[in-house]
Design a protein around this ligand. Structure first.
Ligand SMILES: Nc1ncnc2c1ncn2[C@@H]1O[C@H](COP(=O)(O)OP(=O)(O)OP(=O)(O)O)[C@@H](O)[C@H]1O
Ligand SMILES: [Mg+2]
Length: 253
């Protein structure tokens, strides 16, 4: 399954992406995480210490374009996750991570070439059953404007119980639908009580697939630069999220 995680800035996309990666691994999946945010943080949340050593996948374009001017930069790669060049992947405890690439200079322009590489990579990789790609997207609606995620199986829209986050979530849902994504789900985050859930579901006019409660340990781990994937309570929700995704994807395709 190819899953993209999106939502307004700061709603918990990277945290939930990291938890989801871990839960998928624990359920026996081979997992490739892709940090597609131009200010990447996923590596730290997953516990990778050497994130700066990885070559951003945006550079695949330069590497391969010369060899493949006509066919495009992916023709000479094997379309299996296992065969991705080591240079572009970090591996830790069985989890693979790729980083799209940060914009290094002020005024460095839009991330369009990177987005093209990501789009091609996503449509190019052929997954076996029990293989998963989890993409932590840039905040907001931008990735959907660029059709980056058209080749994915499901979009998870992280949403918190406040109107700004809900507005963005609805906008993303519409854009994802227009791009032809079949499985679009809302995931609640930073939930305090039942009232928050009722508010969210009413405003979204849709049920939440799962919801994560406000959890001080998650925020504490992030503040001290630790991984968030071993924290008990959100970990259980992440397992539930995998079960629900499996069910929905087997029903909807
Ligand atoms: N359920 C939660 N309970 C408490 N704190 C949380 C929860 N989820 C996320 N946070 C905290 O909120 C902050 C933002 O989370 P995170 O970085 O995952 O968001 P994001 O959507 O990826 O942000 P960005 O848009 O900047 O990429 C972090 O400090 C994180 O620890
Ligand atoms: Mg993030």
């Amino acid at each position: 399954m190819k899953i993209a995680i999106c939502g307004k800035g700061g709603v918990g996309k990277s945290t939930i992406a990291a938890l989801l990666c871990r839960a998928l691994l624990e359920k026996g999946y081979k997992v490739l995480a892709i940090d597609a945010d131009p200010s990447p943080h996923l590596a730290r949340l997953l516990g990778f210490k050497e994130a700066d050593k990885v070559t951003p996948i945006a550079e695949m374009k330069d590497l391969l374009a010369a060899r493949a001017e006509k066919e495009g930069p992916f023709y000479s790669l094997n379309p299996k996750v296992d065969d991705l060049p080591e240079k572009f992947t970090l591996v830790r405890n069985g989890l693979k991570l790729m980083v799209l690439g940060a914009i290094k200079e002020a005024g460095g322009g839009c991330a369009c070439p990177e987005q093209t590489v990501l789009r091609r990579l996503l449509s190019f990789l052929l997954l076996q059953s029990k293989e998963a790609i989890v993409i932590d997207l840039e905040a907001g609606v931008e990735p959907f404007g660029r059709a980056t995620i058209s080749a994915i199986d499901a979009v998870l829209i992280v949403v918190q119980p406040y109107l700004g986050s809900i507005e963005t979530a609805k906008q993303i849902a519409k854009m994802a639908k227009d791009l032809g994504v079949k499985n679009i789900f809302f995931v609640g985050n930073n939930i305090s009580d039942k009232e928050d859930i009722v508010f969210l579901e009413k405003e979204l006019d849709s049920p939440l697939l799962v919801y994560f409660f406000n959890n001080k340990d998650l925020a504490g781990a992030e503040r001290s630069g630790q991984s968030v994937i071993e924290i008990d309570e959100p970990k259980k929700i992440a397992h539930l999220l995998v079960e629900k995704l499996e069910k929905q994807l087997s029903t909807n395709g």
